[in-house]
Design a protein around this ligand. Structure first.
Ligand code: HDD
Length: 703
C-alpha cells in the first residue's frame, strides 16, 4: 500500500471535507486526509475494538463549534498519547537492540548443568541491547563512554541475563557507591549540563577522590570508549561467576564476547564530526548491517579457573576493578552469538526489555563480588519503576519461552493468575498447583561463609594502580598517545584547578611518561604524586588489552565513501563498487548534489549523500573519483574540501583519480603518500581495496 492515493481525498464529512482538502492542498503537503474505502490495510478501531469512522476530525457541535466531551474516540486517542512516555533508564538510557541466537560449539557438561550449554550445535533464542551509560535517551551515539552489552538468553530453564559492558572492569568496588559515580558523571544538578560526557568538574572531582577507579579510567580514556560501532566491540560479564556441574563441583568463570569483525574504534576528532553529522551512527550501522543480511557475530569465550588459581592470583577475583589477563587464563571459545533480526517495534522490545543480573539459571551462580551482589537488588527494583508493574515479566520481550507456574497473582496488568482454588503452598487440594522441584530447581552453591558482620572493604581490594599501569603499558604508542590526549581534553574542561591537580597526582603512579605528557598538554606542573595504599607491582603487558594489536586485517563489514563527479570513468567506478562488495563491505556515493552525476559513458548515478551531509568521518575509507572537467565542482565546495582535509587528517586510506589531486591541492596536500592510491586502471582498484584492510594509514598522522 502506498500513501499516495490518500492524499487530498475528500473526507466522509461532506459538510466540511472539501474545506479540509483545499486547506491541505494550499499548504502543499496535504498528507493523509482520510482513509479511503479501498485502503488495503486493516480496519482502524478504538482500543476496545470499535471501528473508527473518522480519524482526522473531532466530533463537534456545528462546523465551527466547540468539540464535544462525548467524543470517546478523541479522548481515548489523546489519553493514550499523553501516557506514551515511561521513565527512561536511570543509566544506559540510550540503547539499541536486536534479536538473535546463541549456538554452542560443544557441550559444557563438564562445567555446568545449565541446560543451554549441554548440547553442541543447539541454538538458544536471545535479545541483545547495546547502550551508552551516561546520556539521555536522545543523546548522540558517538560520545566518549562505556558501552553496555546486555544479552537475554531465553533458555528452557528460564531467562539468563548476562548484563555486561565493553570494558571488563568497573569504576567502583562496592555497589553502595553506584549512585555517587552516576550522579558525578551525569549533568550537574543545578545547571543540568553537560550531557553525555565525563569532561566536567563533578566527574573528575569524584574520580580523583576514588583511586579504585584508576584502572577503569585508563579504559574509558582509551579508544575503547569511542567504538566504530556496536559490531566492533567486545563484551564482558565483568564479575567472576560460578558454573556448577552435575557432581556439584563449582568453578569460577568470566564471560567474554569477542566480535568476529575484530575491534575497531574511531579517532576523537572523527567522533566529534560523526555526532554532528549522524547522531544515530551506531544505531544506523547495526540496523543497516542486519537489514542487508550481514549479521554481526560474537564468540563467547570463558575464562575458567578454580579456587587454587583464585588463591594464588595477585588480586582478589571478587574485585570488579581487576581483570584476569588472558595470558594467565586463556579463553575457551564455547559458542557464538548471531544477531539476525531487528525488533518490529523499538518501544515494545528495546525499550521494554528488562535485564536483571539476578536472572540466572540452574548450573550458574553468583560470587560474593560486592558490586554484583548490589546489582542483584538494583535491577529488579529499577524495572518496577520503569515498567510500572511487577508483571513486567509478562511483556513478550521479557517473557520466558518455557512454562511459568507459581502462585504469584494480581498486580497491575496481570494476565497469568493461578487457575483453580489453590493459590498458596503447602495446600492439600488436588490438583494443588505447581510444586518446587528439589532435583532440577535452582539451588545456590553451598559455599561456606563465616565472618564478622561489619561495613568494610577487604585488604585484598587495596591495589588500585598495578592493573592500570599494565593496561597503559600494553597499548601501542599510538594508543598511549590517545589516552594522554583524551585526558588532556577531559581535564582541560575542568573549571576548578585543584580538581585537575588532584587527578594529576594519580597519573605518575600509573606511568611517569603518561603523567608528564598530560601535564605538558595542559601546560601545568606535575604535583607531588598521591601515596598509594599499596605500591603497584609491575605486571607483564597483555596484547589482548590493545585494540590495534587485536584488530583484524579486513575491510569486511566496513563502509567506503566514494565522491563522484560528472564524466568519471565507468570501468574504474564499476571495478571499485564490485571490489568493495567482494571485500564484504558497502559503498556509498557522494556527489555535489543529491541528484547525482552522469558518468563518461552516460550512466546516471544517483548519490546516496550530498557532500554537505557526508563528512569523511562517516566512512572507514574514501575514494575521490573526479574527472578533469568535474573536479572544479568539488574544489569550489567547502564540504568537499573538508572531506579531503579530514580524510587526510584522520589517516584514511584514500583512492583517487589523477584529476582528484586538485581537490587535495586545494587543502594544501601536494603529491601522494603511501596511503593515497592512484585509481587509473582496474588493477589499481584491487591494490586500493586490499590496502583498505589496514583500516587506517597511521604513518600520515602518528609519525
Ligand atoms: Fe548496571 C543498567 C551494565 C553496575 C544498576 N547496567 C545496566 C545496563 C547495562 C549495565 C549494560 C543496561 C541494560 C539494558 O540494556 O537495559 N552495570 C553494568 C555493568 C556493571 C553495572 C557491567 C558493573 C560491572 N549497575 C551497576 C551497579 C548498579 C547498577 C553497581 C547498582 C547498584 N544498571 C543498574 C540499573 C539499570 C542498569 C539502575 C538502569 C536501567 C536498568 O538497570 O534496567 O538497575
Amino acid at each position: 500500500m502506498t500513501d499516495t492515493p490518500h492524499r487530498n481525498q475528500p473526507t466522509a464529512d461532506t459538510t466540511s471535507g472539501q474545506h479540509v482538502v483545499e486547506r491541505n492542498a494550499r499548504v502543499g503537503q496535504g498528507g493523509e486526509v482520510h482513509q479511503t474505502p479501498d485502503s488495503s490495510g486493516p480496519r482502524m478501531t478504538s482500543m476496545h475494538g470499535v471501528p473508527t469512522s473518522d480519524n482526522q476530525n473531532s466530533l463537534r457541535a456545528g462546523a465551527r463549534g466547540p468539540l464535544l466531551m462525548e467524543d470517546f474516540h478523541f479522548r481515548e486517542k489523546i489519553f493514550h498519547f499523553d501516557h506514551e512516555r515511561i521513565p527512561e533508564r536511570v543509566v544506559h538510557a540510550r540503547g539499541y537492540g536486536a534479536h538473535g541466537y546463541f549456538e554452542n560449539y560443544e557441550s559444557l557438561s563438564d562445567l555446568t548443568t545449565a541446560d543451554l550449554f549441554q548440547r553442541a550445535g543447539e541454538k538458544t533464542e536471545t535479545f541483545t541491547r547495546f547502550s551508552t551509560v551516561l546520556g539521555n535517551k536522545g543523546s548522540p551515539d558517538m560520545v566518549r563512554d562505556v558501552r553496555g552489552f546486555a544479552t537475554k538468553f531465553y533458555t528452557k530453564q528460564g531467562n539468563w541475563d548476562l548484563v555486561g559492558n565493553n570494558i571488563p572492569v568497573f569504576f567502583i568496588q562496592d555497589a553502595i557507591k553506584f549512585p555517587d559515580i552516576v550522579h558525578a558523571g551525569k549533568p550537574a544538578p543545578d545547571r543540568d549540563f553537560p550531557q553525555a560526557q565525563t569532561a566536567h568538574d563533578n566527574f573528575w572531582d569524584f574520580i580523583s577522590l576514588m583511586p579504585e577507579s584508576m584502572h577503569m579510567i585508563m579504559w574509558t580514556m582509551s579508544d575503547r570508549a569511542i567504538p566504530r560501532g556496536f559490531r566492533f566491540i567486545e563484551g564482558f560479564g565483568v564479575h567472576s561467576f560460578r558454573m556448577v556441574n552435575a557432581e556439584g563441583v563449582s568453578r569460577y568463570v568470566k564471560f567474554h564476547w569477542r566480535p568476529k569483525l575484530g575491534l575497531q574504534s574511531v579517532l576523537w576528532d572523527e567522533a566529534l564530526r560523526i555526532n554532528g553529522a549522524d547522531p544515530d551512527f551506531h544505531r544506523r550501522d547495526l540496523w543497516d548491517a542486519i537489514e542487508m543480511g550481514d549479521y554481526p557475530e560474537w564468540e563467547l569465550g570463558l575464562q575458567v579457573f578454580d579456587d587454587d588459581f583464585a588463591d594464588a592470583f595477585a588480586f582478589d577475583i571478587l574485585d570488579p576493578t581487576k581483570i584476569i589477563p588472558e595470558e594467565e587464563v586463556p579463553l575457551r571459545m564455547v559458542g557464538r552469538l548471531v544477531l539476525n533480526r531487528m525488533p518490529d517495534n523499538f518501544f515494545n522490545e528495546t525499550e521494554q526489555v528488562a535485564f536483571c543480573t539476578q536472572n540466572i539459571v540452574p548450573g550458574l551462580d553468583f560470587t560474593n563480588d560486592p558490586l554484583l551482589q548490589g546489582r542483584n537488588f538494583s535491577y529488579l527494583d529499577t524495572q518496577l519503576k520503569r515498567l510500572g508493574s511487577p508483571n513486567f515479566t509478562q511483556i513478550p520481550i521479557n517473557a520466558p519461552r518455557c512454562p511459568v507456574h507459581n502462585f504469584m497473582q494480581d498486580g497491575h496488568m496481570q494476565n497469568r493468575g493461578p487457575k483453580g482454588r489453590a493459590n498458596y503452598e503447602p495446600n492439600s487440594w488436588s490438583p494443588g498447583g505447581p510444586r518446587a522441584d528439589v532435583e532440577e530447581g535452582f539451588r545456590s552453591y553451598p559455599e561456606e561463609i563465616s565472618g564478622v558482620k561489619r561495613k568494610l572493604r577487604p585488604e585484598s581490594f587495596a591495589d588500585h594502580y598495578s592493573q592500570a599501569r599494565q593496561f597503559y603499558l600494553s597499548q601501542t604508542p599510538i594508543e598511549q598517545r590517545h589516552i594522554a590526549d583524551a585526558l588532556i581534553f577531559e581535564l582541560s574542561k575542568i573549571e576548578v584547578e585543584r580538581i585537575t591537580e588532584r587527578v594529576l597526582t594519580h597519573l605518575p603512579i600509573i606511568d611517569p611518561n603518561l603523567a608528564q605528557n598530560v601535564a605538558s598538554g595542559l601546560g601545568m606542573d606535575l604535583p607531588d604524586p598521591a601515596i598509594p595504599m599499596i605500591d603497584p607491582i609491575d605486571l607483564p603487558p597483555s596484547d589482548a588489552l590493545s585494540i590495534l594489536k587485536m584488530q583484524k586485517q579486513s575491510f569486511k563489514g566496513r563502509k567506503m565513501g566514494i565522491v563522484v563527479t560528472d564524466g568519471i570513468d565507468d570501468d574504474v567506478l564499476d571495478a571499485l563498487l564490485s571490489g568493495v562488495k567482494a571485500a564484504g563491505a558497502v559503498a556509498a556515493l557522494i556527489a555535489a548534489r543529491i541528484a547525482g552525476v552522469t558518468t563518461a559513458g552516460g550512466a546516471k548515478l544517483k548519490a546516496h549523500y550530498a557532500a554537505e551531509a557526508a563528512p569523511s568521518a562517516l566512512f572507514d575509507a574514501v575514494a575521490v573519483l573526479a574527472s578533469v572537467d568535474g573536479v572544479s565542482t568539488l574544489t569550489a565546495l567547502h564540504a568537499a574540501r573538508s572531506f579531503a582535509a579530514d580524510a587526510m587528517a584522520h589517516g584514511k586510506l584514500i583512492g583517487m583519480t589523477g584529476p582528484a589531486s586538485a581537490l587535495f591541492a586545494a587543502v594544501g596536500v601536494e603529491g601522494r603518500d603511501a596511503g593515497m592510491i592512484l585509481l587509473e586502471t582496474v588493477s589499481d582498484v584491487d591494490v586500493f581495496v586490499t590496502a583498505c584492510a589496514e583500516l587506517r594509514y597511521w604513518p600520515r598522522i602518528e609519525g
